[in-house]
Ligand binder design. Sequence first.
Ligand SMILES: Cc1cc2nc3c(=O)[nH]c(=O)nc-3n(C[C@H](O)[C@H](O)[C@H](O)COP(=O)(O)OP(=O)(O)OC[C@H]3O[C@@H](n4cnc5c(N)ncnc54)[C@H](O)[C@@H]3O)c2cc1C
Length: 289
Amino acid sequence: MRAFAYHAPASLAEAVAILRREGPGGRVLAGGTDLLVQMKERGTVPRYVVSLRAVADLSHVTFQTGRGLVIGSRASLTDVITNRDVRERYPIIVESAGLVGSHQIQNLGTVGGNICNASPSADTAPPLIALGAILRLHSDQGPRELPIAEFFTGPGRTALEEGEVLAEIIVPDPQPHSGGSYERYTPRQEMDIAVASAASFVILAPDGTVSHAKIILGAVGPTPLHARAAEAMLVGKIPSGGLIEAAASAAVSDARPISDQRGSESYRRHLINVLTRRTLTRAIESARG
Ligand SMILES: Cc1cc2nc3c(=O)[nH]c(=O)nc-3n(C[C@H](O)[C@H](O)[C@H](O)COP(=O)(O)OP(=O)(O)OC[C@H]3O[C@@H](n4cnc5c(N)ncnc54)[C@H](O)[C@@H]3O)c2cc1C
């Protein structure tokens, strides 16, 4: 492997100062479960690496009513999965983060790394988009906030600018009568990545109609995709088996799958129909309590 410089700052301020000073060609290292594999197996070795391992001010997972859930970008997937507030209030995050790799991968890997790696099959991305998460990004110029829905620009590409670090993921407070669900299809039960995935999130009005619906599709486009036709079909209606079937069929039209060794285009479209129907059914059941 080509030699590279390794920096281990103790704070976020120090990390962004290093990125500013060293300039282009650097990569941030969180858990390393994507980056180190890319460096070792694909030979994509950056000029320098800025590790977040010693950055204590990014390891938090906190919930406060009115502020929502804040996940520091250094918190491991295990920190998130085992957090009591996340388990009680955001089960869809536990569902998706719990699918990533194995316990070993979850102990090292982070939600932030899963997002910043921007794989179309990243498991935590569709649920976080469905929940309306906001990303707090930091550079040496200070912080800015960006809806996660605007973060993904292509496979492996994001709206992160030169010298920026993802600091926190902020998920709004859970709403009453809301429910969400995530499911992916993998040929193997474990240690596999999604051939297709779907996250559904709904809020019901007091009269039982859908007041808000988000359906996000994974691994069937260059970035996670909104199933907008299906979302529009649900809002203002009382959910029924027929409506869910119709929304699942509509979601297929928003998918843009490719054919590859893991699945053909038509198979992925079929999966989107099934996964949308299942996740929407569970999300509505959960919103009804
Ligand atoms: C065996 C194995 C199984 C896996 N299974 C799955 C799976 O089932 N589902 C799935 O979605 N993924 C899977 N992955 C991929 C990986 O584990 C996850 O994407 C993980 O969440 C990455 O987190 P990390 O902290 O290790 O990221 P890293 O490898 O440290 O970083 C990933 C990328 O994000 C950038 N980055 C990280 N943090 C920041 C930050 N704070 N600011 C700016 N840029 C940042 C890095 O520069 C790099 O480009 C698997 C990986 C392996 C090796």
